[in-house]
Design a protein around this ligand. Structure first.
Ligand SMILES: O=P(O)(O)OC[C@H]1O[C@H](OP(=O)(O)OP(=O)(O)O)[C@H](O)[C@@H]1O
Ligand SMILES: O=C(O)c1cc(=O)[nH]c(=O)[nH]1
Length: 212
């Protein structure tokens, strides 16, 4: 049976828990869990599988795509693997324009008539994906949607992306990860109950635990 992307993330310890010393996400949220998709690039077979799954999502949901746009920085290598597999042009989007050189925010863009799909490694609040989509739209590029390896399934992301009419698809997500962790025993019972508690109200989880 094929090892799923969530199983790979657990096996390579891309998913880690640190309830006592929570992670700070890029949004500033405090979280007991971190999913480090950057580790995938160290495993040629896994990165190929993940790129294949991202490519399949693009072919299924955004068949007209003719440009792959990676988000800086963690989305860039995965965008490159996808663009390579699909034999499509690629660009990448910085979180802000460069302060020197050509002062570009988007690198590698040669043709503004393209229809892009943004490749993101992970969606928490959706902020990074949104920034990339807006930068591309601002540059006159039509964006068909976003594909990401993993999403936490936070309501905040659904709302923020929905408000801007941004379609997105992910290879795997928090619920699948938890199911597979439960089956494989890769996360302890204690860890699983912590994550289920966290999932009830992720935005206030940190505040609640710090006020104890
Ligand atoms: O949905 P969001 O709330 O925006 O969070 C997800 C983003 O956060 C991480 O990037 P990070 O800012 O850590 O930078 P990096 O990609 O340069 O590692 C991750 O790679 C996503 O891009
Ligand atoms: O929101 C983030 O910054 C974030 C969360 C996570 O689990 N992994 C990651 O790379 N970034």
């Amino acid at each position: 049976m094929k090892t799923t992307t969530s199983q790979h993330l657990l096996n390579i310890e891309a998913v880690t828990l640190s309830p006592e010393n929570p992670y700070t996400w890029s949004s500033g949220m405090k979280s007991p869990i971190y999913c480090d998709n950057r580790l995938i690039i160290a495993y040629p077979e896994i990165r190929k599988q993940v790129a294949g799954e991202l490519s399949a999502l693009i072919e299924k949901h955004y068949p007209e795509a003719d440009l792959i746009a990676g988000t800086a920085t963690a989305g860039i290598p995965h965008a490159a693997f996808v663009a390579d597999q699909m034999e499509l042009p690629m660009c990448y989007v910085r979180s802000s324009a460069k302060a020197h050189g050509k002062t570009n925010q988007i690198e590698g863009l040669t043709d503004k008539s393209k229809k892009a799909v943004v490749v993101e490694d992970l969606i928490s609040t959706g902020k990074s994906s949104i920034q990339s989509v807006l930068a591309l739209r601002e540059a006159g590029i039509e964006v068909l949607g976003v594909v990401a390896i993993f999403s936490y399934g936070l309501k905040k992301a659904d709302v923020a992306l929905g408000e801007l009419d941004i379609s997105f698809q992910t290879v795997t997500n928090f619920s699948t990860l938890i199911e597979e962790a439960q089956e494989s025993g890769k996360i302890s019972e204690q860890g699983l109950s912590l994550l289920k508690e966290w999932q009830q109200d992720p935005e206030h989880w940190g505040a609640a635990s710090f006020s104890k």
